[in-house]
Design a protein around this ligand. Structure first.
Ligand SMILES: Cc1cc2nc3c(=O)[nH]c(=O)nc-3n(C[C@H](O)[C@H](O)[C@H](O)COP(=O)(O)OP(=O)(O)OC[C@H]3O[C@@H](n4cnc5c(N)ncnc54)[C@H](O)[C@@H]3O)c2cc1C
Length: 476
């Protein structure tokens, strides 16, 4: 087993964080500014080339509106991206990213980018207990969508008859609850109110909600959790269908660059915005010593970067700045593991009763496995060797084939600032796209008030909302 280099297993996505002054970025920026000057229109600047920023710029491009996307790192995709791993030389995602059938705006963006076909979709689910027992859930083709998983759930090994009854009662209640009224209650309290026993919490609600919301049942608001239940679980397999990219995440974004530049815009990587101000005629975005004029600026960065950019200067009194300060982070751990033989047959598995919560098969042979730990606070201060030992024990518990396999490599990627916590108080701290205090200054990102937990879908929706606000600002 190799682990020495794992002792500081931070995210490879830290690469390129401080690129200011990078000559290639400066050349690209000046070239893009020269092209803008020729058009004679200050236009739109999007700060951040994650999914929110790219969705915004792509939707504007479709309307013939050129945007200049300024991205601090030397790659696109933000928190949903890949980078070359220094240890193995392979391109690895910072973490497995899963999409669901109900994520319709993210799927629509993939379609626009022409990369939807690179995803593998499955209506089937595999659940494994820490005793190594497997339940394979397959929707029945003869029942209506809403009830088609019922026979498989009834036959499953990981829920007792009482837990199945608990689940049925809670689903019936979730179907009729008005989730917006549930902001002040935690999901754990909602489960208490619906008499959910220990087993159904441990073996159903925890894996579902912790992975979708990246927070414990106690830390997640009932409104956020019910959003997941109503959107992804209750409608049936078309909504809960699991979609996994078959290429490194970074490959998904190249077409965005093309679409944006065809509309006359540009994407400049390695361009870290240092300030956003008001100028004599519009807004001014600063990248080092370069000032970029804009009629509209879309700040599509994580919330802590947005507050950093806006808190000093012309926008300090925008109420959204103070509002965003109330959000907090929750970490995620990604585990890239390679075994000397097949350990996994199924494409993915929910792991029950272990610290590692999900496993994804990353090769046909079943030797390369990606593990995910959401709400991973307890793992953040562990060394690479400690993480490896725990992860191996968990995989061996759930996958009997792994008990005789040798772990050849384990690369742990810690994302300490993975997502905001969708707590009872978070609702009040999610910024609106536009605010009358700051005409032309729009905020996008998974943390804004989309109603979704921090997901690719939420990020894309926020970017599309910002694009609509830009169109309105130009029309008005
Ligand atoms: C480990 C992990 C696993 C996840 N798993 C899933 C999953 O399975 N399914 C799912 O739907 N979601 C998942 N998510 C959440 C998802 O990745 C995010 O919600 C989404 O990518 C956020 O997109 P965004 O555009 O809002 O922000 P970001 O992706 O953070 O993009 C913001 C961009 O702004 C740039 N930036 C910051 N400051 C500046 C500056 N000053 N100047 C210029 N640019 C700047 C950043 O470099 C970044 O590229 C996961 C997240 C993590 C971290």
């Amino acid at each position: 087993m190799q682990h020495p280099a794992n002792d500081n297993p931070e995210s490879p996505s830290q690469e390129g964080q401080n690129p200011e002054g990078h000559p290639a970025a400066q050349r690209a920026l000046h070239w893009a500014l020269a092209a803008r000057a020729r058009r004679g229109e200050p236009g739109v600047v999007v700060v951040g080339g994650g999914l929110a920023g790219l969705a915004c710029a792509v939707r504007l491009a479709e309307r013939g509106m050129p945007a200049l996307v300024l991205e601090a790192r030397r790659r696109l995709g933000g928190r949903a991206s890949s980078a070359v791993d220094g240890q193995s030389g392979e391109e690895i995602d910072n973490c497995q990213h899963v999409t669901l059938g109900c994520c319709d705006r993210y799927l629509a963006l993939l379609r626009t980018l022409g990369v939807l076909h690179t995803f593998a979709f499955s209506d089937e689910q595999w659940w494994r207990t820490s005793e190594g027992r497997l339940s394979h859930l397959r929707p029945s083709s003869w029942l209506p969508a809403r009830t088609s998983m019922l026979p498989a759930l009834l036959a499953s090994h990981f829920l007792s008859p009482k837990a199945k009854l608990d689940l049925a009662r809670a689903c019936a209640a979730a179907a009729v609850v008005e989730r917006e009224a549930m902001q002040q209650q935690s999901f754990a309290q909602w489960l208490d109110a619906h008499d959910q026993g220990e087993l159904v919490r441990e073996h159903f609600w925890t894996p579902l909600i912790v992975s979708a919301c990246n927070a414990t049942l106690e830390a997640t608001s009932a409104a956020s959790a019910l959003h997941v239940v109503q959107g992804a679980v209750l409608p049936g397999p078309h909504a809960s269908r699991i979609g996994l990219p078959t290429t490194p995440l970074r490959a998904l974004y190249d077409p965005a660059r093309e679409i944006i530049s065809r509309a006359g815009g540009a994407v400049v990587e390695g361009a870290a915005v240092s300030a956003i101000d008001r100028g004599a005629c519009g807004l001014v975005v600063r990248v080092g010593s370069t000032a970029v004029r804009a009629r509209c600026v879309v700040v599509a960065t994580p919330f802590e970067k947005a507050t950093g950019l806006l808190a000093s200067g012309a926008f300090a009194s925008d109420p959204r700045v103070e509002q965003m300060r109330g959000l907090s982070h929750s970490p995620i751990l990604g585990l890239h593991m390679r075994f000397d033989r097949r350990v996994m047959h199924e494409p993915h598995a929910v792991m029950l009763g272990t610290g590692v919560q999900w496993a994804f098969r990353k090769d046909d042979a079943g030797c390369v496995v990606h593990g995910v730990v959401s709400a991973a606070d307890a793992w953040m201060n562990l060394s690479g060797a400690e993480i490896e030992a725990r992860a191996l024990a968990d995989v061996r518990a759930c996958f009997p084939l792994a008990r005789v396999a040798k772990l050849e490599r384990c690369r742990a990627v810690k994302e300490r600032f993975a997502t905001f916590v969708p707590s009872c108080s978070s609702h009040a701290h999610r910024a609106r796209t536009a605010h009358e205090a700051s005409p032309g200054l729009l905020i996008a990102g998974d943390h804004t008030d989309t109603g979704w937990p921090a997901t690719m879908e939420g990020a894309v929706r926020s970017g599309e909302a910002a694009a609509r606000a830009v169109v309105m600002a130009f029309a008005g």
